[in-house]
Design a protein around this ligand. Structure first.
Ligand code: NDP
Length: 504
């Protein structure tokens, strides 16, 4: 095989740029052994050994693309965020979709929540909207997060995913019922990433130029329409192609069929939050709850389009580092306990996974000037600060300094008392799950119950009975259907309809 360059190709080099004459191992005689001085070979082997970075503990399997956000409606009365400053304004972005539970090699077409993380390169810093394709989540107390994720992964002993683990956990945590109902509904197994909605899920705050704060939820509605698969169809797809979502997204963009989403927001003032909370008993900062559209209508904001594939998966998708703490002036956090925990946790995981200077990697790098006094660490390029002073305060001319105009309005927490509050007490975990169930037609309810019974049936009997009570609490018909699919004789198991009513 020809390995010589006839002058038409660039010459091969070492990582240090030195030209390579021949790429064969250097040996003492044609049969070996190798020589220690073959630094070309050593360099290649050493780099290969370090090719992988730790995979994400959650959302390990993903696909990404670049795109553009365009403002179509004025929301400056709610926010001073520069991304929304005028109709027609465009901002570059990178979006990563993912599944939640599967490892990097898992199949795409699994019944699972989908991650929907967008990095907007705004001219006042990166804004990361790290959401999912569902408006709610399984838990509301961050103490439960790691435990929940463990139930989605492999059993420590059998090393396989055990259905008993997740149902054991869900039956002990009825706040999960709303998300569980979405997961096993007809929207639990997306046909592609292009056909999912994205939701910020958490409540955030928007702050306007006058320093007024409103609470906000973000919704990205797919312009492709929602499309999902039935389990049988997905099983067939997986048998032939484990990368169906990756392939679909890449191909659509490659062929110029750019997928797009309409960004909408819901907005709630503090006074509305208090009145709504008093009326419904629901906490507007509870991640297991939606804000009903009838109470808080969707307000259209803009269009998001994906129009460019990454050139290199590892550099741009695997190393993409999204964190809800990447907020910009005009968009801020809320008391949501899960959001508060994620503000720390996501940034922390990137420090571990990609390193302390992950924001200097092109896909993560802000497209506006960056100036701070954080320095050094592994793989620092020092590109933005060079030889500038590394301490503050200083008296050097032109040194970056804070600017009062970016100060957020203060939060009045009243007479807040610090405690470890029990997030399972005095919560209505059932009405919204029931509302969703009651939206489904008869055939959809039947499919939902069939799917649930298919996996709940693999859990221990006592777990099944506990979980059945939750379905009854959401809607009696929901409980009866799942019980029937499980083959549970309600009369025998609970003493008839009276018992079924008693658990409501
Ligand atoms: P609405 O009738 O105003 O909205 C219902 C929403 O449910 C729509 O956004 C619809 O999305 C979405 N939807 C339809 N089927 C499913 C499904 N299988 N899984 C998840 N979402 C679905 O009612 P409400 O606002 O009062 O909400 C009622 C219930 O709808 C909630 O309890 C919640 O479970 C669910 N929901 C509510 C959302 C909200 O922000 N209010 C957002 C998403 C779901 P689309 O219009 O795209 O078809």
């Amino acid at each position: 095989m020809t390995t010589t360059n006839d002058g038409t190709c660039p010459h091969l080099t070492t990582a240090e740029g030195a030209p390579i004459g021949r790429q064969h191992a250097m040996t003492a005689g044609p049969k070996g052994p190798l020589l220690m001085q073959d630094v070309q070979l050593l360099e290649q082997m050493q780099h290969f050994n370090r090719e992988r970075i730790p995979e994400r503990v959650v959302h390990a399997k993903g696909s990404g693309a670049y795109g553009t956000f365009t403002v179509t409606h004025d929301i400056t009365k709610y926010t001073k965020a520069s991304i929304f400053s005028e109709v027609g304004k465009q901002t570059e972005l990178f979006l990563r979709f993912s599944t939640v539970a599967g490892e990097r090699g898992a199949a795409d077409a699994e019944r699972d929540v989908r991650g929907f993380a967008v990095k907007f390169y705004t001219d006042e810093g990166n804004w990361d909207m790290v959401g999912n394709n569902t408006p709610v989540f399984f838990v509301r107390d961050p103490y439960k997060f790691a435990n929940f994720i463990h139930t989605q992964k492999r059993d420590p002993k059998t090393n396989v995913r055990e259905m008993d683990m997740q149902w054991d956990f869900w039956s002990q945590c009825p706040e999960s019922l709303h998300q569980v109902t979405i997961l096993f509904s007809d929207r639990g197994l997306p046909a592609s990433y292009r056909h999912v909605n994205g939701y910020g899920s958490h409540t955030y705050s928007l702050i306007n130029a006058a320093g007024e704060r409103v609470w906000c939820k973000f919704h990205f509605k797919t312009n492709q329409g929602i499309e999902n698969w039935m389990d049988e169809k997905a099983a067939g797809v997986i048998a032939g192609d484990r990368e169906s979502h990756q392939r679909d997204l890449f191909t659509a963009i490659h062929e110029g069929r750019f997928p797009s989403w309409t960004l909408k927001i819901q907005v709630m003032t503090q006074a509305e939050a208090e009145a709504w909370s008093a009326r419904t008993g629901w906490n507007p900062f509870d991640l297991t709850k939606v804000w009903p559209h009838a109470d808080f209508p969707l307000i259209e904001v803009g269009q998001m389009e994906l129009n460019r594939n990454p050139e290199n998966y590892h550099a741009e998708v695997e190393q993409a580092a999204f964190k809800p703490s990447a907020l910009v002036p005009g968009i801020s956090s809320s008391p949501d306990k899960m959001l508060q925990a994620r503000l720390m946790s996501y940034a922390d995981t990137h420090l571990h996974r990609v390193g302390v200077n992950h924001h200097q990697i092109p896909v993560n790098k802000p497209q506006c000037p960056v100036m701070h006094y954080m320095r050094d660490g592994q793989a620092a390029t020092a590109e933005t600060y060079g030889g500038a002073p590394n301490y503050w305060p200083n008296t050097r001319a032109g040194a970056p300094m804070p600017d009062e105009k970016f100060v957020d309005p203060a939060w009045d927490l009243g007479q807040a008392v610090v405690d470890r509050y029990d997030s399972t007490q005095d919560h209505d975990d059932f009405t919204q799950a029931g509302n969703l169930y009651r939206m489904f037609d008869d055939a959809h309810r039947d499919r939902l119950a069939t799917r649930i019974a298919g996996v709940l049936g693999q859990a221990r009997q006592e777990v099944q009975m506990l979980q059945l009570c939750h379905f009854f609490r959401a809607d009696e018909d929901y409980g009866r259907r799942v019980a029937a699919k499980l083959g549970v004789d309600l009369d025998a198991a609970m003493g008839g309809a009276a018992a079924a009513n008693a658990v409501r």
